[in-house]
Design a protein around this ligand. Structure first.
Ligand SMILES: [Zn+2]
Length: 228
């Protein structure tokens, strides 16, 4: 039985070799980025200046190349196949010292919420889909503690002050939970100016949270994007 299974796997591997999810180059393992694509996006580091009341913001990838491409497919094409390579990146960074420092003492994780209407259209919260399993493995609970109380326009072409105006008061807590003395981690798929997570953090602060940090799957931290 095992012999046939192995033969079958070898045949599948031969007919459909694993390919880089970004550029389709053949790679060793399924859902793995090729070395060139990985090098272009992979960057675990803390943002140098973060808006109040946030304490630290850590990203896992730059928002470009394969990372940008896959997040777009997830958000705009509802393509759930991209989750495996995205989750593989999280697994790859799991033991990094920056991750341990960020997660140290975290009571629970709160994903940035979608408005109910957008959630219904998409069928899922992409940030939660990317991070949920990874936090289960880390034994840190994920709570949907925030909601969007009104719809907002897309923000990609808005500057920082426009974003602040649009997002002011847009988040609220789903329950009156006492967060005094607790460290809470907000997760988001893409961190741009920090306005969204900072608005989320204000609600958590009003519930008493002591420290609020952010883990973003992708961000450019205000770096100049390559021209190509
Ligand atoms: Zn590639």
């Amino acid at each position: 039985m095992n012999f046939f299974r192995e033969l079958w796997d070898a045949l599948i591997y031969f007919l459909f070799p694993p390919r880089c999810p970004a550029c389709k180059e053949i790679v060793d393992e399924r859902h793995q980025f090729c070395a060139a694509c990985y090098k272009k996006i992979f960057r675990v580091d803390f943002c140098k200046s973060v808006p109040a009341p946030l304490e630290k913001v850590l990203r896992v990838t730059k928002y470009r190349g394969g990372s940008q491409k896959l997040l777009h497919k997830l958000k705009f094409d509802n393509n759930l196949n991209v989750l495996k390579p995205l989750k593989k990146i999280l697994d790859d960074v799991s033991d990094r010292e920056e991750i341990s420092r960020l997660l140290d003492g975290v009571s629970f994780v709160v994903p940035v919420p979608l408005h109910q209407k957008r959630f219904n259209e998409r069928g899922f919260n992409q940030t939660e889909m990317i991070f949920r399993e990874w936090f289960i493995k880390k034994n840190i609970p994920l709570k949907n503690l925030l909601i969007r109380v009104r719809e907002t326009p897309k923000l990609y072409d808005k500057n920082k002050s426009e974003r602040q105006e649009i997002l002011s008061g847009v988040f609220a807590a789903t329950e009156q939970i006492d967060l005094r003395g607790q460290k809470i981690l907000i997760v988001d798929d893409i961190y741009t100016t920090g306005t969204t997570v900072s608005e989320c953090a204000k609600v958590l602060k009003s519930l008493g949270a002591e420290k609020i940090c952010v883990l973003a799957f992708a961000s450019d931290f205000g770096e100049e994007l390559p021209k190509t």
